[in-house]
Design a protein around this ligand. Structure first.
Ligand code: ADP
Ligand code: ADP
Length: 226
């Protein structure tokens, strides 16, 4: 079953006189539960693609459908809610709120919506991520791997259908990196989520179901590997 589709997705950045065609006519369809690795050289448009898939930016042309909804046809307010509930973002530098504890960071999306925390589910996520004895720590008191696991918790708290990760291990040593990837795969498999991950690491891309290679704003290879 298809969960995500792009139609002639195009993004041109204009800065002063300069125009950068970051993404050109990208047409992809991604299935529910699929783990997709997005690879390609630096500056080829990978982050731009991920941001557009998650409603973080606006395409210059083309469309993004998530679960059948044309996300950029939504009003900004509805799009903001979509971003919070339907997609989970994981960034290279975690983007945690420094003045909130690990647990508060994880439950932040619910707080922003004035929703009550399902304690049992929170406990399950915290346990799954191995953060049981770290919930009251602030990000500065956590190791890089623990910070990234906290940000995974935040991305999963709404059980989004799509999880988007932009080089989630780019700042971690190989041991923490392996832990983070294993946990992320375990979590998304458990909740049948679709995972789209930008990575430079071959060993991570090899674990994906499918590898999409971007070069100069275009999809140059799209290969199902399992
Ligand atoms: P990647 O993630 O593959 O490194 P990006 O999507 O970040 O590539 O960038 C693609 C191209 O778009 C690059 O040439 C980059 O410099 C440019 N770009 C990205 N973001 C912006 C922006 N906000 N304004 C102007 N140019 C940008
Ligand atoms: P890693 O090798 O995974 O980066 P560290 O060597 O940074 O881990 O930390 C080892 C342990 O000490 C981790 O469990 C981490 O949570 C804890 N820790 C690191 N920095 C602090 C801190 N400033 N305050 C409290 N605990 C910390």
């Amino acid at each position: 079953m298809e969960i995500l589709r792009t139609e002639n997705l195009t993004k041109t950045y204009v800065t002063g006189q300069e125009k950068v065609e970051a993404l050109k006519d990208v047409n992809i369809s991604i299935k529910k539960g699929e783990f997709v690795a997005v690879v390609g050289p630096s500056g080829s448009g990978k982050s731009t693609l991920l941001h557009l898939l998650g409603g973080l930016d606006k395409p210059t042309e083309g469309k993004v459908f998530v679960d059948g909804t044309d996300i950029y046809s939504m009003k900004e307010e509805k799009l903001a809610i979509f971003r919070r509930r339907q997609v989970g973002f994981i960034f290279q530098f975690y983007n945690l709120v420094p003045v909130l504890t690990a647990e508060e960071n994880i439950t932040l999306p619910l707080m922003l919506d004035g929703k009550k925390v399902d304690k049992a589910y929170l406990k399950e996520v915290v346990g799954l991520l191995g953060l049981n004895d770290r919930t009251n720590h602030f990000p500065s008191q956590l190791s890089g791997g623990q910070q990234q696991r906290t940000s995974i918790g935040r991305a999963l708290i709404y059980k989004p259908s799509v999880v988007l990760a932009d080089e989630p291990t780019g700042n971690l040593d190989s041991q923490s990196s392996k832990e983070v990837i294993d946990l992320l795969r375990l979590s998304v498999a458990r909740y049948q989520q679709t995972l789209i991950m930008i990575t430079h690491e071959l060993s991570i891309a090899e674990q994906a179901d499918r590898v999409i290679r971007i070069d100069d704003g275009r999809v140059v290879k799209d290969e199902v590997i399992r």
